[in-house]
Design a protein around this ligand. Structure first.
Ligand SMILES: [Zn+2]
Length: 332
């Protein structure tokens, strides 16, 4: 099958996109953000994406309590979905995701990138589940009541006793645990505790980019594979930079190929980390990944994997079927 047909026929699942990140929440960005919403939907859809995880991240300072900020960002996302009902649908199961695809609509799964907004209350975790969230990372870059964040470095600590309780409750609810941004100690601890497969929604391999803090050692990749989980390769320019500092599609494919060689083809997926905010910046103001600048370039990944001699059946797994399998196991 040629690359274009294969891309259209395969299920394409992106495990991470920042949508409400910052722009909609500060009035001075609002007009730009509205342009970004339309642009990103066009790009996601022309890129052939079937299932897109939309993350809520509390990275920016809004002067709101974290629970309130998460709800405000959720309001922004639901407003997008309300005004684009013919193009996208919020889903909470893999069955609903596949049904949306059948309708020609983008399936959107909600994710919390960092659990600050549940404070120290399992009840708030359950409320976010009830609101439709099906994926959550315990931390973003910083320490919170659940665990150390990735900025604690490769030697940072793991989970608090509350963090352990949260993982168990997420297993019970059927909510995907996301290892992205955590310390190696935190990831290892979750892999020991979790009775269900987990994902790492956006990262790189340390083998290809040793200097970046958000890349994973081979032994961590192997541990995720043993858990039955999926490691998703990101498009973050710094992680895809080569020795000269230039990020490229080829580097993205290098991370994929290395992860497959360590984990096996059943445990690797896509997790772009594109966001609405940068998607409409002037090209000169942002470092772009050559040939993988935005979501409309996903067909280049399928074509690139084919060019590298990866079998068609394996490409389908990497582009989406692996994430479909683990989400089916965890969220139903
Ligand atoms: Zn992130």
């Amino acid at each position: 099958m040629d690359a274009k047909l294969l891309h259209e026929d395969a299920l394409i699942w992106d495990a991470h996109r920042d949508v409400a990140y910052e722009a909609p929440l500060k009035e001075r960005f609002l007009a730009k953000w509205m342009v970004g919403v339309d642009l990103h939907l066009d790009r996601v859809r022309s890129g052939g994406i079937d299932v897109q995880v939309y993350a809520i991240c509390l990275a920016c300072e809004l002067g709101l309590e974290p629970t309130a900020q998460a709800l405000k960002e959720l309001d922004a996302i639901l407003n997008i979905l309300d005004t684009h009902q013919d193009e996208a649908a919020l889903v909470t199961t893999t069955g609903e995701a596949l049904a949306a695809r059948q309708d020609g609509r983008l399936a959107v799964i909600l994710s919390l990138e960092g659990a600050e907004s549940i404070l120290t209350e399992l009840g708030l975790l359950r409320m976010f589940y009830r609101l439709g969230f099906r994926n959550m990372g315990l931390t973003w870059n910083f320490r919170n009541p659940l665990a150390d964040g990735g900025y604690a470095g490769r030697d940072g600590g793991g989970l608090s006793s509350f963090g352990v309780e949260v993982v168990k409750e997420m297993n019970r609810l059927g909510m995907m645990v996301d290892l992205a941004h955590m310390t190696p100690a935190g990831m290892r601890q979750i892999l020991q505790i979790s009775e269900l497969p987990v994902i790492h929604s956006h990262g790189g391999t340390r083998h290809v980019t040793p200097e970046h803090p958000r890349t994973l050692d081979d032994d961590m990749l192997e541990a995720i594979a043993r858990n039955g989980g999926v490691f998703c390769v990101t498009t973050v320019p710094e992680i895809l930079a080569d020795a000269s500092g230039k990020p490229s599609l080829d580097r993205f494919l290098d991370h994929i190929e290395h992860a497959v060689s360590v984990m096996g083809v059943d445990h690797v997926g896509l997790g772009a980390d594109f966001d609405i905010y940068t998607s409409h910046l002037e090209p000169s103001s942002h470092t772009w990944v050559k040939d993988l600048e935005e979501a409309n370039q996903w067909p280049n990944v399928t074509a690139g994997l084919l060019r590298r001699g990866i079998p068609e059946a394996d490409i389908r797994k990497i582009m989406g079927d692996n994430l479909r399998r683990v989400f089916q196991q965890v969220i139903g």
